[in-house]
Design a protein around this ligand. Structure first.
Ligand code: SF4
Ligand code: SF4
Length: 471
């Protein structure tokens, strides 16, 4: 069954016949482009260096999923810190809400790794090999693959492999990745498989999928309608100044507020489409704020350059708000801008308190497996007690266990002390020997005192089980 083509392009990245319309944005080298470059290359340096930075003997960031340990700038969190990790996650979510309410998609356009690597690494390489956007389109139209495109892909592949190794270093540490790189893939097939998989995904993303990641895959863009309000900072086209569009020509700027449309002179937009051809998601910002807009400010630079040439004031496209574009004042103070920081302060304070109050070790009294006690030949009772200790300090510790039980005649411990590495755990068994009549209704209260060689200690209540009544 044949499908009739749409009368015009429905989506910026879709041709009327439903095929992909590839975006090759023209560079608009203005003031925002310069500043974004500074921020972008700074962030790339940071992204690459973070797993190699050493803070307190550990990488600055290490998300060790295998051992379920998450290290951030010297602080290591484990599953037992679930509440702290939840508060940390909540802090990030609230920060995203607040930044978006204030500054719109500034993260997408200026800081997201997808944007910074694409705009400051992969697209420049593309232009180096293929030339300006028109040349890339010609290569698309050619049958067969040109050597220029093959060479570009080759460089992409090498870069994707390098970035995949950096990405992996966040999860297994830079030292582990270095040892994998030096060794044979056969020695670490899983690690090698992950590197190959991530390399493939990165190549696919930066060579082909590109803006589709922002438009289709990223959930953040889809949340904009609820995260933004009319006073949030957006990149917008001043329709009141720009419309009706006219031909280019030097003339005096028109007043910003004009009469009714029927009486209006030609607006400042000369319909040159520079703002469209520079857009990395291919949209026309003159149609209003759209979900595809990643806030990269390229259309501002493009339009400012046209306005400069025509000797008209800059800012036909600018950082603004929906309220300002409608001729109303922009309010900075509004409910969500008050509520988010308040919630952030509460959650942040709770997070800091919890981090400060983190214990040096976790100790649990475990439930018994099997018989709760054993009657010995001499008539006494042997009750097993099991304690689990986890070292949550940043250095190895040696633990001792003391069971305080006045009703016991003897306490048997297989080991005098337990040496644990950071994050190490052990189950320590004890056997409490007591007279048969030393229990009330089949149990007796005792205390376990666990201490380490750094002076830390904790006391836990222990129930010692035994027979009910005397024989
Ligand atoms: S509309 Fe402007 S700010 Fe938005 S993505 Fe396109 S060029 Fe960037
Ligand atoms: S760059 Fe400016 S003048 Fe040119 S089409 Fe866009 S809004 Fe109009």
């Amino acid at each position: 069954m044949s499908v009739a083509p749409a009368p015009e392009r429905v989506l910026s990245t879709l041709n009327p016949d439903g095929s992909r319309f590839k975006i090759y944005p023209r560079v608009s080298a203005g003031r925002f482009h310069r500043w974004r470059g500074v921020v972008g290359y700074g962030l790339i340096a940071l992204f690459v260096l973070l797993p190699y930075l050493d803070v307190g003997g550990k990488p600055a960031i290490l998300l060790d999923l295998l051992h379920r340990e998450f290290t951030f700038f010297g602080a290591t969190f484990r599953p037992a810190d679930g509440f702290i990790l939840m508060l940390f996650g909540l802090t990030i979510v609230l920060t995203v809400f607040l930044v978006t309410a204030l500054a719109g998609r500034v993260w997408c356009g200026w800081g997201c790794p997808q944007t910074v690597y694409l705009e400051w690494v992969f697209r420049p390489i593309e232009r180096l090999f293929e030339g300006p956007p028109g040349e890339s389109r010609k290569l698309d139209a050619r049958s067969g693959v040109s050597w220029r495109r093959l060479a570009k892909w080759g460089v992409y592949l090498v870069l994707a492999f390098a970035l995949a190794n950096v990405f992996l270093a966040y999860f297994v540490s830079a030292d582990t990745v270095a040892s994998w790189v030096r060794g044979s893939p056969a020695d670490h097939p899983v690690g090698f498989g992950v590197v190959v998989g991530v390399t493939g995904l990165m190549f696919f993303d930066f060579a082909y999928f590109r803006e589709q990641t922002c438009i289709i895959a990223c959930p953040y863009g889809r949340l904009q309608s609820v995260l933004l309000d009319p006073h949030s900072l957006i990149i917008g086209y001043d329709e009141r100044r720009g419309e009706p569009r006219g031909k280019a020509g030097k003339r005096k700027p028109l007043p910003v507020v004009r009469e009714a449309p029927g009486e209006r002179a030609v607006g400042d937009c000369v319909d040159c489409r520079a703002c469209v051809t520079t857009c990395p998601t291919g949209i026309d910002i003159r149609k209003g704020l759209q979900m595809e807009c990643v806030g990269c400010a390229q259309c501002i630079d493009a339009c400012d350059a046209i306005m400069d040439k025509l000797e008209r004031p800059r800012g036909l496209i600018r950082y603004t708000s929906k309220a300002e574009l409608a001729g109303k004042p922009r309010r900075v103070l509004r409910p969500r801008v008050v509520v988010y920081p308040l919630a952030l302060a509460v959650v942040g304070a709770l997070f800091l308190v919890q981090v400060g109050a983190r214990t040096q070790a976790d100790v649990w009294v475990l439930r018994q497996e099997g018989a709760p006690f054993t009657l010995l030949d001499d008539g006494s009772v042997s009750t097993p007690v099991r304690l689990k200790i986890e070292n949550r300090a940043r250095e190895p510790r040696t633990y001792r266990i003391e069971l305080r039980d006045p009703g016991a005649t003897r306490i048997i411990s297989p080991r005098a002390e337990y040496r644990l590495e950071p994050g190490g755990r052990v189950v320590a068994p004890l056997f409490v020997i007591s007279p048969r009549d030393g229990f009330t209704r089949g149990e007796r209260a005792a205390q376990a005192v666990v201490s380490d060689d750094a002076g830390w200690s904790t006391t836990l209540a222990v129930t010692v089980l035994g027979p009910e009544g005397t024989p």
